[in-house]
Design a protein around this ligand. Sequence first.
Ligand code: C2E
Ligand code: MG
Ligand code: MG
Length: 692
Amino acid sequence: MIRETTKILIVDDNPNNRLAIRTILKGVDAELHEAGNGFDALTMAIENDYALILLDVQMPEMDGYEVCEQLRADARTADTPVIFLTAAYKENNDKMRGYTVGATDYLTKPLDDIILKAKVQVFLRLYWQYQQLQEHVAALKLAALVFEAQQGIVITDANNIIIRVNKNFTTVTGYSSEEAIGKNPSFLKSGRHDTDFYRGLWQSIETTGTWQGEIWNRRKNGEIYPEWLIITQVKNNGVTANYIGTMTDISKYKTAEEQIRKLAFYDPLTALPNRRLLMDRLQHSVDMHLRDGKLMAILMLDLDNFKLVNDSLGHLAGDELLQQVATRLLERLRNIDMIARLGGDEFIVLLENINCADDAAFVANKIIAEISKPFCLLLEKKEVHISVSIGVSLYGQHGITPQALMDHADAALYKAKENGRNCFTYFSEELTIAAVKRIELASRLRLLIERKELLVYYQAQVDIATDKIIGAEALIRWQQPIEGFTSPGQFIRFAEETGFINIIGSWILRETCRQGKQWLDAGLSPVVLAVNVSPHQFCHNDIVGQVAEVLTDTGFPAHCLELELTESSLMNYQDATQSILDNLRQLGVQLAIDDFGTGYSSLSYLKRFPVTTLKIDKSFIDDIPQKQEDMAISATIIAMGHILGFKVLAEGVETPEQLAFLQEKGCDSYQGYIKSPPLPAQEFEQLLRKQR
Ligand code: C2E
Ligand code: MG
Ligand code: MG
């Protein structure tokens, strides 16, 4: 605290007296002023804040009494201590009058040096203490003002129990001081922060004495709100005495912040993310995809006849249409990562984590279908029809930077417009052609079983030693194959990619068992029917449960059913494979390895699995007897297979030479055109009957 200079006024008409007093008071911590008459004394007293006035009683013109009276009459000097200096012979009389007019004390002349100095010092001390008190009062008033300021304030004791809160605390939280006092401030917790958050907060207070940050609390009405909280630890002689929490409700700023963010990153018309947010997201996705090598697609949409709507119905109608398009896209498209509006009638759909290029085509097709449904404009009470063109670019194949992906989607969109609109185009032509075909195929696949377009053909399996039919392989046929997908090989691969294989696979299993049981019931000699199982079915479905159910439902004996598995399905899922195969064998079904020789061909490895039959792939039979090498391989598979306890069947036998070779090498059975191509059920049945 800076103390202003303390001032004392000496009032006496005799300059010698003033000098004498000045001499006595030498060394006192105050500035000494002098006045030679009452008038000067009054003017000086108003201009200066005197700690003390030493006032001579007897002065010409205006005496001490009058001076004192006037001093007391003025509020600025009413409290200034005044010591009267009076002559000894008049002491009693003067003293009485002096006190009446407001003197604080008196001294008699001639002045005693020691008494004067001591008295002056007492008054000075009193003055200083008074000054200090004034300052404290001012500080307290200030503190009270601060306490009731803008922020909510909570004061707790050392155990963090609330002992005081201010009015604003009640305004912010809704709790009165009576409700708050005695509680731990944690009663305001919103539940939004975990224990780690509060642990960090207390750690900061204990180590640095303070914490500040954003925190979410709950008001009495249940509402959760953000506040900026400053907690300060107050120590007394090194021991924590209190914690003071100052809270500022920042929900308003938060809302403003949110609005600013919205303006910066969202399109105000449709509330969809704008180009800026899209590019941010794209960059992020690209970074992620660089790491894990997943597939991602960008679909750039442009409404085909939007300008027409705008021109004929006006901009308001155009705006409403854009809003409806945005809503429809959001509502109808699931599994979409982001829809953004670039401006005008251009939108972007971002697809992350797609499995194949076709996924993007499926979504594009869905969008085209959705947008072509009529829109009903409420404003104009009009139904409008529009369409959309879409350009697709794929991360990796068509670019690896956000800008390249956007540019290529744009180029593809341009092509889609050129191709007559209301369609989608990939950045590369081949992809577009393939995708269109596949989409058609997929939509047909969906109806395949419903429309009874699937058939099972049976190809005889013949015992080489006896030339008797001992079994048949069930092979799928699609009655109305679409151009380009005539062979089951291609069609099966597509079904596997799109997941339809599970439906198709379980259908053919059931149909084959049903047919087999019908033949048995008709008294035909029992044959083993082999059904192909795709790797997809093998691992993604409960194949064991499915087979068991079909056998029970159809009544077909388990030992008459053989499942053909590929080497890859056994090798790919080694852990699960063993138990699946064991369980299938437990059911009593036979297990064959199809296309043997084309995959890993590890006989010793296969030995671990309970497989019954090896089917030598047709490619090793084709060039017998021309290719020495193929003959060697076939002979080895037969010999090794037998050593390891497998039966061996040769696939695709077409010539007597091939058959003779296989017979010579001791092959157990065969399948091929030399005996019979795959036949419809009825024809195969006739073949069986003939044999009987
Ligand atoms: P696969 O299991 O190796 O079937 C043998 C294929 O060889 C059949 O072709 C059959 O028609 C053909 N074939 C048999 N003997 C001869 C012959 O002497 N000469 C010639 N050139 N070909 C012969 P298909 O029916 O076209 O089936 C092709 C592949 O499609 C099958 O190979 C199998 O992998 C798959 N497939 C067929 N039906 C199904 C099914 O129901 N489910 C599953 N998952 N795959 C199936
Ligand atoms: Mg097969
Ligand atoms: Mg085969």
